[in-house]
Structures are given as structure tokens and as C-alpha cells.
Design a protein around this ligand. Structure first.
Ligand code: V47
Ligand code: SF4
Length: 397
């Protein structure tokens, strides 16, 4: 059975709850589901049901295509003026001797390490410290572009920008316009956490608000930059907080169309002030990807960040609405390993990423940051690649 036949079959099920049936009909008719229906999906949607709906949407948009990119991270500092309760990675200013704070030269050394490699993107994110200010990033972006003009700079989040622009007495628009002129290309999705004040106050009350986060993305979109959005889920929030979060993103996307990808980030519970809160199950992770795919009807892509959820769950997620599994990383990020993620030294070769995707019957495409095709790996065979005996997804002609 293909994705459409499965959805038709589901709708015929006489035992299907009426509200779930009406949502499935909306999906088949490409109609938007409401906030209330989003909450119903979380409360009543079983994994199998959600998978059928999300996979239908995923295959309608992308078929079997699954994207990845070749990137590396620079984390300029892990010292931070903020104190997010879920953050295992950062050190407060008073503990800065236990952390790192790079100079522009050190960041350029990392960029130069990749001179002979076909990476297309550098993803920059980290803590917030006064000396890494507007002039610091302007200098780095300019040097990076001068050295390697084709490397896409996906840099910093509204958490850093809010702080930096306030100190520089610039509006969000002015600050972003200036940094864009220095080489900034796009913005990653971090710092969103959970927008609703009730939760945000408790987990990251001292950094930018939801309104500030959304405004900085809106200004970036006005400048023609594409950006991503994340949601940190599975801690003290309720289901409706997640729907509220996605609703705010959906509304901004209706207005600007500037978001590319939504990345649900699973809360990991090691090494920080919220380590007493259990992590949610893999089933909940898959339900959450699926609901995101159904709810965010104006987002092109849903990404599973493999470094955080394990390679197996990343493979499974490709049947639950996900069409992108992020990049090679090359062991350049510490945010998740320090919070208890399975991958302690996250890095995958292109071959490993391609095989991970092919082994669940999907079609790997290396993309650039803006989803331009860098290389289609459908018919590329690597030497020594082991074909799986069993495909987790049925291969349909
Ligand atoms: O904003 C921090 C999250 C984010 C924990 O745009 C945690 O392509 C789980 O945004 N458990 C930063 N999550 C990373 C990020 C990202 C990652 C990959 C791709 C993209 C993209 C963006 O990491 C933070 C925060 O939400 N985080 N600590 C934790 N204990
Ligand atoms: Fe700082 Fe970001 Fe960690 Fe919050 S999540 S403490 S803003 S590094």
C-alpha cells in the first residue's frame, strides 16, 4: 500500500474516533487543522495513526527524498550571561575559567581546517558574552567570507542578537542589515525553547522573550534571509504549550514565508538544573515529529537532528514526517553530548549519512543550506556498502 492508500484505509476504519477522522479528512483535502485539533492530535493520536497522516504529507511534498548537508559548527564560547535551566553546556560568567571564549583568529583557524573539504555551511552558535559583540561578529563574518566566499554562514540566534543589538543601540532590522552586509547569510533555529511565558519564565526567564525571538526572525525575513525554527519539547510543558508554540510560528510564516525548516529538539536531562525531569520516550519523539508535519502546513521541511536523538531514531523519523536529518557535523558541537545525548562525538561521513538514509528505503540528496541540490546520491554505490536484509519502510513501486 502506498501513502495515499494507507490514508484512505485509515479513514474507512469504523472504530476511528470522529475527531481524528475529521482531521484525517482535512489532511487528505489539504486543509489546515486548527489549534484545538492540534491539541486533539497530541491527546488522542496514536503513533500508527499519526504516522499515516504525516507520511502522506511528507511523501506528497518530497516523495522519498531525504536531505542532509555537509557542515561544521563553531561554538565561539560556552560562557553565558544567561542561566537557562536545561543548559548543560554553558558556564556562568563567574565560572568562566571552566569554559572557553574564542578570539576571531581561533574561529578562523577552525574555518581554515576545512579548506580542502567540500563543506557548504558553517553553523555558529554558543553562549553570550559582552566581548563577543557587534564588532567581533562583523569582523569574523568579513574574514570568513574573504577567506571562503562560497561557505554559507548560518549564524547566531535571536538570543545573541537581542543582547548584541541592544548594547550597540541598533534596532533588530539595522543590526541584521549591518551583519548581512558583513557576510551573514541565514539564521539557525535555536533559542526558541517554548514560547509561552508560563514555561519560558521557568526554564529560560532571563533571555529574549518569545516576541523578541519572533521579531528578530521577522526582520531577517524582511531582509531576504531564510531562517529555521526549533522547539525544545518533553520537559515541563503541556501538549497545548507545544501547539501554542507551533501556532505562533505558523502565523509568522503566513506573514513572511521566510522559515525553511522546523526542528523539534528533544529535551535531554543530563548535567543541568532540570536533571530530575525524565526524558520522553522514542514513541513520543515520533508522535511529535508527525504532529509538527501535520500542523506546520506552511513549512517546507521538518528536520530530525540526528546528533541528539541517535541514528536509529533518525531513521525511524523518516517515516513520521521528517525529510531532513541535518549534517555531517564532524564532532564540532558539544551542546547535546554534554546534556546526555547518545552521540558523544557527533560526526558522520557522507557515506554513513547516505547509507543511513538508503537503509530505510529513502533517497538521499546532499543539499546546501537553502535546499539547492549539491549531489543526488540515489544511484551512488559506495565500495563495501552492506545492503540491508530488511527495509524499515516498505519499498513501493
Ligand atoms: O536553543 C540546549 C537546545 C538549541 C538542551 O537551525 C537542548 O539548523 C535538548 O538550535 N536538551 C541550540 N536541547 C541548537 C539548535 C539547532 C540544532 C541543529 C540545527 C539547527 C538549525 C539548530 O539546543 C538551544 C536549545 O533549545 N538545547 N540544551 C538540552 N539539555
Ligand atoms: Fe546561554 Fe544558550 Fe545555554 Fe541559555 S541555552 S544558558 S542562552 S548558552
Amino acid at each position: 500500500m502506498n501513502a495515499t492508500q494507507k490514508l484512505d484505509f485509515l479513514i474507512q476504519d469504523k472504530n476511528l474516533d470522529e475527531s481524528l477522522k475529521s482531521i484525517a479528512l482535512k489532511v487528505i483535502n489539504s486543509e489546515r487543522i486548527s489549534y484545538e485539533e492540534g491539541v486533539i492530535l497530541y491527546e488522542k493520536g496514536e503513533l500508527g495513526y499519526l504516522g499515516v497522516l504525516a507520511n502522506y504529507i511528507r511523501e506528497k511534498r518530497h516523495g522519498d527524498v531525504t536531505y542532509f548537508n555537509r557542515n561544521f559548527h563553531i561554538e565561539p564560547t560556552n560562557v553565558c550571561v544567561y542561566d537557562c535551566k536545561f543548559c548543560a553546556y554553558s558556564r556562568l560568567i563567574k565560572e568562566r575559567d571552566q569554559g572557553w571564549e574564542m578570539e576571531v583568529e581561533g574561529m578562523m583557524d577552525i574555518v581554515r581546517k576545512y579548506d580542502d573539504e567540500a563543506v557548504t555551511e558553517v553553523h555558529i552558535t554558543g553562549g553570550v558574552v559582552p566581548k563577543q559583540n557587534l564588532a567581533f561578529y562583523a569582523d569574523f563574518f568579513q574574514q570568513c567570507k574573504a577567506h571562503r566566499p562560497d561557505l554559507h554562514i548560518k549564524g547566531l540566534t535571536p538570543v545573541e542578537y537581542y543582547y548584541i543589538f541592544k548594547k550597540a543601540k541598533l534596532s533588530h532590522y539595522e543590526g541584521l542589515k549591518y551583519l548581512q552586509s558583513c557576510g551573514l547569510d541565514s539564521m539557525p533555529g535555536g533559542g526558541a525553547e517554548i514560547f509561552h511565558e508560563e514555561i519560558r519564565e521557568q526554564i529560560s526567564g532571563d533571555k529574549c522573550t518569545a516576541e523578541q525571538w519572533l521579531d528578530i526572525h521577522e526582520q531577517a525575513h524582511k531582509l531576504g534571509m531564510r531562517t529555521n525554527a526549533t522547539m525544545l519539547y518533553g520537559h515541563i510543558e503541556s501538549f497545548w504549550h507545544r501547539v501554542d508554540h507551533m501556532e505562533r510560528l505558523r502565523q509568522l510564516q503566513d506573514k513572511t514565508g521566510g522559515f525553511q525548516t522546523f526542528i523539534p529538539l528533544k529535551f535531554r536531562n543530563k548535567g543541568h538544573q532540570m536533571d530530575n525531569i525524565p526524558e520522553v520516550s522514542v514513541i513520543e519523539d515520533l508522535r511529535n515529529y508527525a504532529i509538527a508535519r501535520i500542523y506546520l502546513d506552511n513549512f517546507d521541511h521538518i528536520k530530525a537532528y540526528w546528533a541528539m536523538i541517535s541514528r536509529d531514531t533518525a531513521q525511524l523519523s523518516l517515516a513520521f514526517g521528517v525529510d531532513d536529518i541535518d549534517g555531517t557535523l564532524d564532532d564540532t558541537t558539544k551542546i547535546y553530548s554534554m546534556a546526555g545525548a547518545e552521540e558523544q562525538k557527533p560526526g558522520m561521513s557522507t557515506q554513513e549519512l547516505v547509507e543511513l538514509i538508503k537503509n530505510v528505503g529513502r533517497h538521499p540528496i546532499e543539499r546546501d543550506t537553502l535546499y539547492g541540490v549539491v549531489k543526488d546520491f540515489k544511484d551512488v554505490e559506495f565500495e563495501g556498502a552492506v545492503k540491508p536484509k530488511y527495509y524499515a519502510l516498505p519499498v513501493v513501486d
